[in-house]
Design a protein around this ligand. Sequence first.
Ligand code: GLN
Length: 569
Amino acid sequence: MAKYIIVSGGVLSGVGKGIATASIGKILSEYGYKVTAIKIDPYINFDAGTLRPTEHGEVWVTNDGGEIDQDLGSYERFLGIDIPKSNNITTGQVYKAIIDRERNGEYLGETVQFIPHVPEEIKNRIKKASKDYDITLIEIGGTIGDYENVPFLFTAKSMERELGKENVVYVLITYLPIPTHIGEMKTKPTQQAIKLLQEQGIMPDIILCRGKEPLDDVRKKKIETYANIQRELVISAPDIKVLYEVPINFEREQLGLKILSKLNLQPKKKPDWKEWEIALNRLKASEIVRIAMVGKYVDIGAFTFKDAYVSINEALEHSGARVGLKAKIDWVDSKTLEDKDPAETLKNYDGLIIPGGFGATGIEGKISAIKYARETGTPFLGLCLGAQLAVVEYARNVAGLKDAHSIEINPKTPYPVVDLLPTQKELLAKSSYGGTMRLGAYAAVIKADTVVYKLYQKENRIVEDMQQKLSPESLGEVQNFEYVIERHRHRYEISPKFHEALEKAGLVFSGYHQRQDGTKLVEFIELPKHPFFVGTQAHPEFRSRFLNPAPLFIGFMEAVKKHIEKRVD
Ligand code: GLN
């Protein structure tokens, strides 16, 4: 029998529901169960692809090309599995499916109504996503009490009725504030969240209490009395420095066994946290290195928005845990590098990353940062736009192609080293704009004896990736070669017209994807004589996991380690 854990949040958003869900999943998989997770986003957008990053943080890209909520990233990083786009359910998808069906006459004249049609559609989606798993976590976005949550809570309640209480467990995540003028942790907002949940007929089975401090006994007792649940089911979840410690913390209160018992399940095996703890300890004890992430940053009020690069931060944590370094990331606004010598800012860093991006803002600042990294031997990793700009910089300053550019930024450049392919141009002319994006997993053939090859080889990723199932389009014509798989989200490509000139000037193209129509698309570039200068058209950060860091990030951090050995300060 499939089992479900419904995770909802009270009091306020942004208290780490995604991490808590991912951690519960990890714990249950350590007890021997096959676990997956679903994220429900109650907004009307079909997916997160069109959401402004300042609105919603990073857009997470799945293997099957979904552009969705970043919580799926946390699930993948903790659970170590690939999660498809159908595990992100939005109100928009649910209503669109129902309306499309109605327009096709599939309801045979029935009145289509909120009840039963909406919960039925949600349930079908949940059942499909959980088909091959023992336990499915369902995180409901937003906060209890939001109008838009109601259909999903209603569905949960109806699943409980259909499947039986022992198959549907509710976890409520709340927040206990400590107002500075009182200096005491307050339980009232939590009491109110419990009440709001009860209005939907739901009694929480477990309450996870987030807060700056651990929950003391007095407060546990208060919540016990108010929610009418045993004290040991009220779990303290204080702030911690390293996210990957959350499952270990939960297990200190035996959360896994408590949930299993609610689900009427026995542990199938003894959890083994050894590898996880080794990585965690390495990370906690690590030496700090300074990484500059040169990008376009938007200020929101008095705060700078950094959530747009969560996966890169995490990939740096993972690779840091591997090589014994802790990356302290500084977000450097590339605009600030435009009218000065970039060395003034960048000399303070041990490594440089240019992340993905769209549009023209701050581009020249990024290019001059790349030039600095290339000339000074500072470890450099270019991700998607970062790789494209590394090609632009090399074309301009080494290959002598004056004013070379990406046509995304300068459509009139004499040397469009980053361009749209003819087939993409046809699509654009027909104005199917969305269709020109390369999205999701693609196979890339990698050239022997390159830095990139060695890194993937060492992590066993060539063998592993070649066993993965891919659609014919994602696989392309690579079967006769050694290849790896990474995820993509971009429109422009490094133009084949300039490969020869750039190669002659010393740039190495270390990997390519070959489409079914024979077109070769550059996936990796590198400079062999540089301590570490690698760019990729892909986003390897999307496949980085705590225990399986992305090979290119490992290479970058290893180079940073060597770089700091030379540091004099
Ligand atoms: N804007 C570039 C493109 O569309 C790069 C996108 C990215 O960095 N993800 O190709």
